[in-house]
Design a protein around this ligand. Sequence first.
Ligand code: PMP
Length: 416
Amino acid sequence: MSEGIMQSDRPETLEGDSKDLFSKFDETIELRRNLLSSGVQDPFSLVMEKVLSPTRAICNGRDTILLGTYNYMGMTFDPDVLEAGKQALDDFGSGTTGSRVLNGTFQGHKECEEALREFYDMEHAMVFSTGYLANLGIISTIAGKGDYIILDIDSHASIWDGCAMGNAEVVPFKHNDVEAMEKRLKRIPEGAGKLVILEGVYSMLGDVAPLKEMVRIAKENGAMVLVDEAHSMGFIGENGRGVCEEAGVIDDCDFIIGTFSKSVGTVGGFCVSNHPKFDIMRLVCRPYVFTASLPPSVVATAATSIRKLMDASEKRAHLWENSKRLHSGLTEMGFKLGTDKPESAIIAVIMPDLEKGAAMWSALLEEGLYVNLARPPATPANMTLLRCSLCAEHSGEEVETILQMFENAGKAVGII
Ligand code: PMP
């Protein structure tokens, strides 16, 4: 499809005076054209022809180890999860055909919210159709015109979009910088509504936020706190509740946002909260009200997976082992990594530039390993990254194979 567009013979401008609204994408189109002309496979249109397990798929006809999915806890092929989904499909059909506030709340949605309340030990849980919509909805609904949002500059796109939609004053601070956050907070006019937005794990470099200090300072300055635990739920913290749990600040967080598309292994998003008025969100939050609810099979798989994640300490321990081994192995080989020590299930390998990054990505795929190629604007400081995300279902042996593949590809491309 994309190549068809790029090789098109049509004129680049439209007839008469009208402006081609696509002209703003010319730079990206050019970048992509240059990348592909170097002969590498398009890193952004890989197809998994068959998925064999949480850690393996057939890509380009070949058995490939997956090291670039968010399947941290490997729940996508859990037999209980699959069974729950199949049963719900039989009992409730393929879709809800409506919004949560009309005909789209089935028994399964309530059970899923109950599982979340138990998982976090919180009063309220609200399920959205994706994590993107959860951030968009909660942020835009609670922080409106005249309110202030203080947020980390490296926040996820869904957080920025939520800020823009709500029209609050947005005050960004330098990534993970406690002092910068405090300074910004203290400058906000007296009496204004304040929301501090943080993430547990930042997904590009896999680094963790200093939530203990940040949440304390936010509270001392009268702000409400929202923490996005998309990349930490299920894995970090004794019960897998995330970095908030690990840092001992979960009771001071007003809202925790999460997703089902990572450790939970399906699709959907949520917000949990102890705020006494939280339930009104169900009537006033547009990305909850004005979209269809999740299919019954999806909420059934999510609820089953969430319940199993409450009791998954062995899996969590094995995932930590994998993360530590990959981090130390890559460091010993001479790769430059995003963090000095492993902080999460994400290990980011910093590439010298996009060309080398794409060549390395291709060489790894030829070895039989899939990782994510991440580049600006998604990455901080204009970095090109090979982002590796580990899974609790990667065996120790698989991690050794992965390291060997990195060594072969790194030498072939001349990075190590
Ligand atoms: N928050 C963060 C930090 C994320 O990384 C993502 C997705 N990558 C989301 C929210 C959105 O989650 P979902 O995939 O469920 O839309």
